[in-house]
Design a protein around this ligand. Structure first.
Ligand SMILES: CC(C)(COP(=O)(O)OP(=O)(O)OC[C@H]1O[C@@H](n2cnc3c(N)ncnc32)[C@H](O)[C@@H]1OP(=O)(O)O)[C@@H](O)C(=O)NCCC(=O)NCCS
Length: 196
């Protein structure tokens, strides 16, 4: 499953034990709006795009359309994270084509009212599995600012290795400007999957 020109092709919908991770659709704009609006203060320290808040529902709809176009062009995949049981939107995630050949980066945020239930870990595990299901993906990366300890716990729990710490421009107010790169390679993933 890969498109040599546009990058790897990932599914539109992925399910895990408690979550449905699927492409945002135009009709989800109010759900995205409610989740981000409730979480602005919680996301502001870490997510650079919060600087564009407040946004209207219509602006979110336009953003969703842009994400759909990007996905169709084989660029980044941006997904909503929904509770399987109720359909409630509890966060956002993505598979980003910005870490060079053979790699893909997972990003995530969780609705402020739904943190502490292991959802970031669960979605990262299933996206890791999904990524390694695609030909040509040899490593999955998660990038965290050194100050974002809650986020760094996610790759740690999933067996990722901290491979690099480099200075980078501060793009959100909670950051200290040191980017940590966490990597899981295909071989280590297979080993963990097989209980090794
Ligand atoms: C960082 C962030 C994504 C973590 O989300 P989360 O869903 O709360 O994270 P986790 O999946 O790690 O769960 C957190 C806790 O719930 C616990 N937990 C509770 N129930 C659980 C379950 N059923 N399964 C697994 N973990 C569970 C975990 O053990 C963890 O506790 P610990 O850190 O003390 O070990 C969230 O705080 C967030 O959105 N932050 C702002 C945005 C951000 O920083 N994004 C990342 C940028 S790199």
């Amino acid at each position: 499953m890969s498109n040599a020109e546009a990058g790897p092709v990932f599914p539109d919908r992925i399910e895990s034990e408690r979550l449905v991770i699927r492409s945002w659709e135009s009709d989800d704009a109010p759900l995205l709006h409610a989740a981000v609006t409730a979480s602005v203060d919680h996301l502001r320290p870490w997510m650079p795009w919060i600087a564009f808040e407040p946004q209207t529902v219509e602006e979110r709809r336009a953003l969703i359309e842009q994400w759909c176009n990007d996905a169709a062009d084989g660029k980044d995949r941006v997904y909503g994270v929904f509770l399987a049981e109720t359909g409630k939107a509890v966060g956002g995630t993505g598979l980003h084509n910005r870490v060079g050949p053979g790699g893909i980066e997972i990003g995530y945020w969780i609705h402020v009212d739904h943190c502490g239930h292991g959802y970031a870990t669960e979605l990262s595990q299933v996206l890791t599995n999904t990524a390694f299901g695609v030909d040509g993906i040899e490593r999955v990366e998660i990038h965290t600012d050194k100050a974002n300890e809650l986020s760094a716990r996610v790759p740690q729990r999933l067996g990722y290795t901290l491979t690099e710490e480099v200075e980078q421009p501060i793009v959100a107010p909670g950051e200290v400007g040191i980017n940590q790169t966490w990597i899981l390679r295909r071989g280590n993933w297979t080993q963990r999957r097989d209980g090794g």
